[in-house]
Design a protein around this ligand. Structure first.
Ligand code: ADP
Ligand code: MG
Length: 251
């Protein structure tokens, strides 16, 4: 089933919280070059699934394969090192440092050197260039010297994305990246993700249906921990079960 094009493969993943089946036999894959969107109502188990891929939650059963290798036993850090990227929590941004320095620290962490020697770090041209490149990619280059604490909410999310990209991910897990962004910010991020898929495939959890429908190559719909439908945008839009279970409530 898995081939070279399959970057991530989930096979019959299961996770319960007490009596609750938060992940109830989920199988899906993400292929090179695509954005696979995961949608579903609140509490459907989308974040729980992302956590099991990232390694912050262990599944009760099932398999997570990344780049052809089962990674169930790997820690979060080991998965990150293999190229499993995700946006950081806001707390992982150092608020007292500039946007540029935050990204530089991410770049540096891939080079296996110490975090502590800030002065030499700030003089390292290749590090600066590499970090600036990431800031440009997410549209934050003009704000490179601004202290992270002074960035807007939307800009901080852009910064998180730049920091994630600095780790050279081979797959990006994005859990509601548009959340808290205004329509302007969502639009910009949508445009950015659209180009990003060619560099790194994305498993995208998103509530913003306009963004999902414009971005997704494939969509899987999760309801009560189960994938009730999986297909292209037009297939999902036309799916009766999906309309009833999920999309109907949006109208
Ligand atoms: P979604 O991201 O789709 O909104 P979640 O994955 O956050 O859904 O949650 C799925 C279900 O699992 C919800 O009913 C939620 O309350 C429950 N849940 C999530 N995490 C935990 C946890 N750590 N302990 C107990 N229940 C949890
Ligand atoms: Mg969630």
């Amino acid at each position: 089933m898995a081939d070279l094009q399959t970057v991530l493969e989930l096979n019959d993943l299961r996770k319960t919280f007490g009596a609750l089946k938060a992940t109830d036999g989920v199988s899906l894959d993400v292929r090179a070059g695509e954005i696979h969107a995961l949608i579903g109502p609140n509490g459907a188990g989308k974040s729980t699934l992302i956590h099991q891929v990232a390694g912050s939650l262990a599944p009760d059963a099932g398999h997570v394969r990344f780049l052809g290798e089962e990674i169930n036993a790997l820690t979060v850090a080991q998965r990150v090192r293999r190229g499993l990227g995700r946006t950081f929590q806001v707390s992982s941004i150092a608020p007292e440092f500039s946007a540029l320095r935050n990204v530089m620290l991410s770049v540096q962490s891939t080079q296996g050197s110490s975090f502590r020697f800030f002065k030499p770090v700030m003089r390292d041209r290749s590090l600066i260039e590499s970090a600036m490149e990431k800031l440009e990619l997410v549209g934050l280059a003009k704000r490179a010297d601004i202290v992270a604490a002074e960035l807007s909410h939307g800009e901080r999310r852009q910064l998180e994305m730049a920091m994630a990209l600095a780790l050279k991910p081979k797959l990006l897990l994005l859990d509601e990246p548009m959340a808290g962004m205004g329509p302007e910010g969502s639009k910009r991020l949508t445009g950015f993700l659209d180009t990003l898929r060619h560099e790194v495939p994305i498993l995208l959890v998103e509530h913003d249906m306009e963004a999902v429908f414009s971005l997704a190559d494939r969509i899987s719909v999760l309801v009560y921990g189960r994938v009730i439908a999986s297909g292209t945008v037009s297939e999902i839009r036309a799916n009766r079960d999906v309309r009833e279970a999920y999309l109907g409530e949006e109208d």
